[in-house]
Design a protein. Structure first.
Length: 425
């Protein structure tokens, strides 16, 4: 017997999944009627408490399904039976709410298509930790795989049951760290699938008395966990537009990359937006340290690579994001920055080795990434060009949310702050 409830879910401004559940029987009515939602929910921080906002009890919104059917998955041994439905938030007149992140991504992709006749294909890789693992060697080790084999098996079975394809599920660099890689998809589908996959992982872990966390940092001495965004530009017929002859970066791709990298010190407010996220931006952790472009350089902000695409042609990997951000916001902000580069016909940025930059090489336009959430937010507020792509209501709500997160974080010291984020993500 399947679970009698279906959960209608959204990804909120704090990067967490929230929603409401209703009986499966009759749930098709959600397509027309939806469920009630309130604007003040935009002020819900990752830690739980809501930031103070004016008229917090006023307003009505509707939470509606984004697809025609929910996703169901089962695991008999773990007694898992779930029905989840990806949703979006609309106003009472049916128009998208300004703080609905999925709708923002839809708008960004439409703008890219309408203005430049381009579209994106995106493949997402999400790292995570299973805390309490014993193996300290870990990096792709057989021991790390075997130690977590039961969990990985159950996770894979639930993903299969949900119809979520994945490329790999394997040990990563940190002790107890693993990575889930999803195939390239339309950006909306990619973000939907990642949201579901993360929720499925945490549900499996809870049923097996494991603790899974997607938090970017779990301690001051461990490797960080990131969300890696592999992306390719295509024309509207699906032809690759990343390169010329599969090697040289094309003019539109160069402009798109330049827009992202030029705005990256502000984009970090959206794609790695926690108090601990910036700790990944310094050696020896393998994340971006600068807003640079690099060839096969895993410490560059955007890496040019041929791996993992199923094509001999080059594609690109943005390496600054993490799971404290909604994947919809990660992608929409990246797309808007790329559109700005295309609009200004920016030249492709030159490639610079991260090692050379760390050794003192100075390059106009290349800078260290912000070392705190406060600096990222400050950069964002000074970037009027990027802000213009987003609704004012969203920016006000997002800043209110993040500033209250900063205030709440003062209650945590040392490892307690990492632990707090591990519980959230």
């Amino acid at each position: 017997m399947s679970h009698p409830l279906v959960m209608l879910l959204i990804s909120d401004l704090s990067g967490r999944m929230r929603g409401k559940s209703v009986p499966v029987r009759g749930s098709e009515k959600l397509l027309d009627e939806g469920l009630g939602w309130i604007p003040a929910n935009a002020a819900l921080t990752c830690f739980g408490p809501m930031a103070k906002v004016e008229n917090d009890a006023l307003g009505e919104l509707r939470l509606i399904p984004a697809e025609n059917e929910p996703v169901s998955f089962i695991h008999e041994k773990l007694e898992i039976e779930q029905n989840w439905w990806i949703g979006k938030i609309v106003r009472m007149d049916g128009f998208p709410w300004e703080c609905c992140l999925r709708s923002q991504l839809e708008s960004a992709l439409s703008l890219l298509q309408d203005r430049f006749q381009l579209q994106l294909e995106v493949g997402l890789e999400q790292e995570f930790y299973l805390t309490g693992r014993k193996d300290q060697l870990n990096t792709n080790s057989l021991e790390a795989f075997c130690e977590a084999s039961d969990f990985l098996k159950a996770y894979a079975e639930c993903l299969d049951s949900a119809g979520i394809e994945f490329k790999s599920l394997h040990p990563e660099n940190g002790p107890g760290q693993y990575e889930l890689s999803l195939p390239k998809l339309d950006p909306l589908k990619a973000a939907d699938q990642l949201q579901l996959a993360k929720g499925i992982g945490r549900h499996c872990a809870a049923r097996m008395n494991e603790h899974l966390t997607f938090s970017p940092i779990v301690s001051s001495v461990t490797i960080g966990s990131g969300l890696h965004v592999h992306f390719s530009l295509q024309d509207l017929e699906g032809r690759e537009r990343n390169s010329i002859d599969g090697a040289r970066i094309s003019v539109p791709a160069g402009a798109f990359l330049a827009g992202i990298l030029g705005n990256l010190p502000s984009l970090t407010a959206f794609n790695s937006p926690s108090l601990i996220s910036a700790e990944r931006y310094s050696p020896p952790r393998w994340t971006a340290y600068f807003n640079n472009l690099g060839m096969m350089d895993r410490r560059a902000a955007i890496r040019i690579t041929r791996l993992g695409s199923g094509s001999p042609n080059i594609h690109f990997e943005l390496r600054t994001a993490d799971a404290c951000a909604s994947p919809y916001l990660v992608l929409s902000s990246m797309v808007y920055a790329g559109i700005e580069g295309l609009s200004r016909q920016m030249p492709c940025p030159p490639m610079h080795s991260t090692d050379d930059l760390l050794s003192g090489l100075t390059v106009p336009g290349v800078e260290r990434l912000p070392d705190s959430l406060e600096k990222s937010l400050s950069n964002l507020m000074e970037n009027e060009t990027l802000l213009a792509y987003f609704p004012d209501e969203f920016i006000d709500a997002y800043l209110t949310n993040k500033r209250h997160e900063i205030t709440l974080s003062k209650d945590f010291k040392g490892q307690a702050l990492y632990d707090a984020y591990m519980k959230c993500y």
